[in-house]
Design a protein around this ligand. Structure first.
Ligand code: ADP
Ligand code: GN1
Ligand code: MG
Length: 367
């Protein structure tokens, strides 16, 4: 195994039971390096997740893990109060042998370990609408469980993560600098972004006027960040808590739509396959509003379709910016991978703009 010395240095740093039998790269996240560990113990097989946190992206992993520890302890308490199973319904941090919730290896890389959630799966595309509905309920419910979390104790793990207005300004600089000389080839995509400044600004402007509440939100609510129980098909556990921070419920809603209600994969190269499936949109609206349990304001509910457009636009702009900057942020697996991703997002934005009145009508049905 590549890095086997390093991996054994790391696995030995955590309090894992029995004998480590397997360590395999795991999952399809774009950010962290994830492994699944299998340990053999007298009581049977035990599995764990081991992750190297991206230092490039997360400038302060200690603060990040303070958030994760705080939020998972809070959820654990609430789950127990509600009669749930805290081993499966929240992430559980395995401390390092020194008691810290992370381990720093000899190269200065930060690692963490979680209990592996068994008999559950994360999906990269919706297979059954009912699963998408369950994920919506779970993401809405997640927000509700954190409604009274002391938001002031949360560290901002990525500054201005969903400040789309600020990201738009940074995007213009990125185009102007054009460090890789790629801008000329993607002028249509750049023009698409530049023509959408009003979209980039809309939530910032509403926030300036005090019209959108800050809530404790997940901020990365794509379908593969939720574990769906293999038997009950309930959205059992919200994972990938790196960006839990004060944010907008509209962004959590929107990010789920851009990923899960698309008729094609995020990196589909045949753009004609990409559109927003209004049935999946409807299923998600229903589940999310149920999961939020009536906590959203009238304006938040009204703006849900805009949330979908805005988060899809922001993500496309981020993919395109990363393509222009030389692919330093999102992990890529082929040439122009981030460009392909940006194109799917812009096709989706265009499609949702055509369908906006239908999306609004759907939201009215469930409010
Ligand atoms: P990234 O930030 O890179 O997306 P994630 O934390 O989302 O990293 O993990 C990547 C993948 O690993 C997830 O999509 C999921 O499939 C799997 N995974 C992560 N944590 C767990 C867990 N506790 N139990 C089971 N699978 C997990
Ligand atoms: C990243 O970590 P992952 O793969 O779940 C990214 C999200 C993007 C998403 C696009 C911390 O999510 O913001 O929407 O890729 N996470 C971070 O697929 O930047
Ligand atoms: Mg993830």
């Amino acid at each position: 195994m590549e890095n086997s010395n390093k991996i054994s240095e790391v696995t030995e740093a955590f309090n894992l039971p029995g004998e480590l039998k397997e360590c395999i790269p795991y999952g399809n996240g774009h950010i962290n390096d994830t492994y699944r560990l299998t340990c053999e113990t007298p009581e049977g097989i035990r599995r764990y997740i081991l992750q190297r946190m991206s230092r490039r992206i997360f400038k302060n992993p200690q603060e990040l893990m303070e958030n994760v520890s705080g939020v998972t302890s809070w959820l654990r308490k609430k789950i127990i109060e509600n009669g749930g199973d805290p081993e499966r319904e929240t992430l559980n941090v395995i401390p390092a042998k020194d008691g810290k919730p992370y381990y720093v290896d000899s190269k200065g890389e930060y690692w963490r370990s979680y209990v592996y959630i068994t008999d559950a799966s994360s999906y990269d595309q919706v297979e059954k609408p009912e699963d998408f509905y369950e994920s919506a309920v779970a993401f809405g419910h997640f927000q509700r469980m954190l409604a009274d979390y002391p938001a002031e104790t949360l560290n901002e793990t990525i500054k201005g993560f969903h400040d789309t207005r600020a990201r738009f300004q940074v995007f213009k600089d990125t185009v102007a600098k054009d460090v890789c000389g790629r801008a000329a080839e993607v002028q249509d995509e750049i023009n698409f972004v530049l023509a959408h400044e009003d979209v980039a600004n809309v939530f910032g402007e509403l926030q300036d006027k005090g019209k959108l509440p800050l809530r404790v939100t997940h901020n990365d609510t794509k379908l593969n960040n939720i574990m769906i129980d293999d038997v009950t098909h309930k959205g059992i556990c919200v994972i990938d808590l790196d960006t839990v921070m004060p944010g907008l419920s509209l962004n959590d809603f929107g990010d789920s739509i851009r990923f899960g209600a698309s008729t094609a994969a995020e990196d589909e190269q045949d753009i004609s396959k990409v559109s927003c499936d209004l049935h999946l949109f409807e299923v998600y609206v229903k589940g999310f509003l149920e999961g939020c349990g009536g906590a959203l304001t009238d304006l938040e509910v009204e703006m849900l379709p805009m949330g979908a457009i805005l988060m899809t636009f922001e993500c496309g702009m981020r993919f395109l910016a990363d393509h222009l900057e030389g692919d330093h942020y999102f992990r890529i697996h082929r040439e122009n991978h981030n460009l392909d991703r940006a194109r799917t997002q812009f096709k989706l934005v265009w499609d949702m703009e055509q369908k906006l009145s239908e999306m609004k009508a759907i939201v009215q049905k469930y409010k």
